[in-house]
Structure formats: C-alpha cells, structure tokens
Design a protein around this ligand. Structure first.
Ligand code: MN
Length: 343
C-alpha cells in the first residue's frame, strides 16, 4: 500500500501516522520527493482500512500496490536509488555509472595486481574477481577461496579500487568483512537462506539474475534482502538460457528498461557471461550503455588463453580499454539523445 501525503502536511502529523501504522506490525518506507511525500507500507496491509486513511486530512490518496515486491517497487520509492560503495562512497545509479572489471577467478598475486592496475588505468571504477567459484563441474577449478579474498584486498590496497566478489555460503560472511560489494551469482539468485543472511548486513549486494528466472523473480529475490533491512542492492542482467546456442546465454537487454520502470534499484549488465565470446563483449557493452544500464561488469584477464576459468570471454587489458572508451562515447550520445545533461 502507498499513502501519498499532502504537500503542506506537518512533519509532526506524518510522524504520528507512521507510529500508528508501525504499531500494527507493519513496516514503513518514507520517500520525500520534490512534489510529494510517499509512505510505502510493507507487510500484511489487508487489516489497514484504506477509507479511514483516505479520510485523514494530511492524506492525498491511498493506493494498494498489486505487485508482490514492495521495497524494490518504484511506486514506493519514485526516485532512483543511489548505492554507495566502499570507503570513498562511490555512487552507483541515477546517472552514476559503475565500470566493474577483472578476472573471472583470482589466480595469483601477480595476476590480480596486474589486472587491477590495467583496468584502473583504463577507467574501471571497481575490481571484480572470483574467490569462491560456482562451477558446473566439481572437477573444475573451484577458486582460491579465503586466499583469493586476501589477494583481492591486496589489489584494493594497491589500486584503491573497491572489490566485488561472490559469496556462495552464508557461513563465509566473516571472510567478506572488507569486501565492498558482495555478489550473489546467477545460480544462487533463489538461495533464499543466503539472501536472508545478506539482508542482515548493510553491504552493497550485486544480485545477478538467474539463468532461467523472470524479471519478477529477480525482484522478489531483491525483496528478500530488502525485507531484512538491507536496501543496498545493485541488480545485474547477465543473460538467460534460451534455445539459442551461438552465444553462451542470451543477453536480455530489454530487462534494463523494464527494471528501470518497475524498480528504483540500479541495473548493471554483464556482457561477458551473457555472450561467452570476447569479441561480442564490446558491441553488447555499447548496447547496454545505450539502453540506460547503470554500469557494466566485464571479465578481463592478463593472459586469457591460460585463464583457469572463462578465458574465451575474457578481454585482454588493451581490449578492455577500447571497450571503456566506446562506452564513454555511447553514454554521452545516449544522454544527448534522451535530452539529458551528461552526468
Ligand atoms: Mn566467469
């Protein structure tokens, strides 16, 4: 349910209303915009009398929200959310673009430091790298685990780039203390126990869409984290499974405008896992920037042919530099085409 409050309503009266709602075991989310203040009510709102609420002199209108996702819903929070990452509070969303790059897996100190330095020089704003790897086969490289996180932290000290890495088990959370963004991989998008644990943290979460999940299911997974009180979520479209075999997955770019309509959360695109082919990464990265993505996450390796994981889709550092440059050009053009100021 959303309650639109009249513009001239006194703060005291709004607070009284919030207390009254919360006393009925419901949660509230207040969004104070330029034109209206909106109170989102989350929980079993069936016991709230909409007519009674509409009758209050500070209330402009009351609407029931039919979508099952509430906290993530743009109706509750009309302005874009801006997620702040790392000690420097790097912003993501509402025109703040995240360029996340790095290897599929952390393999060695030399590898991660070298990739971190080159992606930073090319304009990356965060470093990615897998320490715990969810692999289709149990015989494939499973990641350096805790040692991988240590190496990522070293690369962060070396370059200042905030780090993004995937969690597979909530028991590992203590190891993620200094990780800036915790990634939930496609295969764990509906690991609800993990999502609930992440809801108890206040860390930014990069939530990837599952390979066979709908946009609504992705939003319900975000809702699991938000229901715990952690609203710092960055959604990620990384390709879905279709009948097409020419690419590793099918990049559903229409998810970007659809998500922007349905939710206030930022949306980044992963053209590496979506296509699985290094030469397709640039065109799809450009397309993602053109359709309004709030960022990109791209696999970059200093020696792709010898990568322990996903070498075929990894860019060499100089290729990443070319992609980063192309994306900057597209963003300026897209802003102009949309009649916006470049941000
Ligand atoms: Mn990968």
């Amino acid at each position: 349910m959303i309650i639109i409050v009249k513009q001239n309503a006194k703060e005291e009266r709004i607070q009284d209303l919030l207390r009254w709602i919360e006393a009925q075991n419901l949660r509230t989310h207040v969004s104070a915009g330029d034109y209206a203040t909106i109170i989102g009510v989350i929980g079993d709102t069936s016991k709230l009398d909409a007519d009674l609420l509409s009758g209050l002199d500070i209330v402009e209108a009351v609407k029931r929200v039919s979508e099952p996702f509430k906290s993530a819903n743009r109706k509750f929070h009309p302005e874009d959310s801006i997620i702040e990452v790392g000690a420097d509070k790097q912003k993501v969303g509402h025109g703040n673009f995240a360029l996340i790059a790095g290897p599929c897996s952390v393999e060695s100190e030399e590898q991660i430091i070298s990739v971190a330095r080159s992606v930073k020089a090319a304009g990356a704003t965060m470093l990615r790298g897998g320490a715990f790897k969810p692999r289709t086969s149990p015989y494939d490289f499973q990641g350096l685990k805790a040692d991988g996180i240590e190496l990522l932290l070293e690369a962060k000290r070396e370059t200042g780039l905030p780090i993004v890495t995937e969690i597979m088990n909530a028991n590992h959370l203590p190891l993620f203390e200094e990780v800036d963004v915790i990634q939930v991989g496609a295969r764990n998008m509906q690991n609800f126990e993990l999502l609930k644990e992440l809801g108890r943290t206040r860390k930014p979460i990069l939530l990837k869409r599952g390979l066979a999940n709908t946009i609504k299911e992705l939003l319900m997974s975000a809702e699991y984290v938000m229901a715990g009180g952690n609203e710092n979520i960055i959604l990620c479209e990384r390709g879905i499974r279709t009948f097409e075999t020419a690419t590793r997955n099918t990049l559903d770019l229409s998810a970007v405008p659809v998500l922007h309509e349905l939710t206030h959360l930022p949306v980044v695109v992963d053209p590496s896992h979506a296509t699985g082919v290094a030469r397709y990464v640039k065109p799809m990265a450009m397309a993602a920037a053109a359709c309004g993505a709030d960022g990109l996450i791209i696999e970059v390796h200093n020696d792709p042919p010898h990568a322990l994981c996903d070498g075929a889709q990894s860019l060499r550092p100089e290729q990443f530099e070319d992609v980063a440059q192309a994306v900057r050009i597209i963003r300026v053009a897209a802003a102009e085409a949309n009649g916006q100021q470049d941000q």
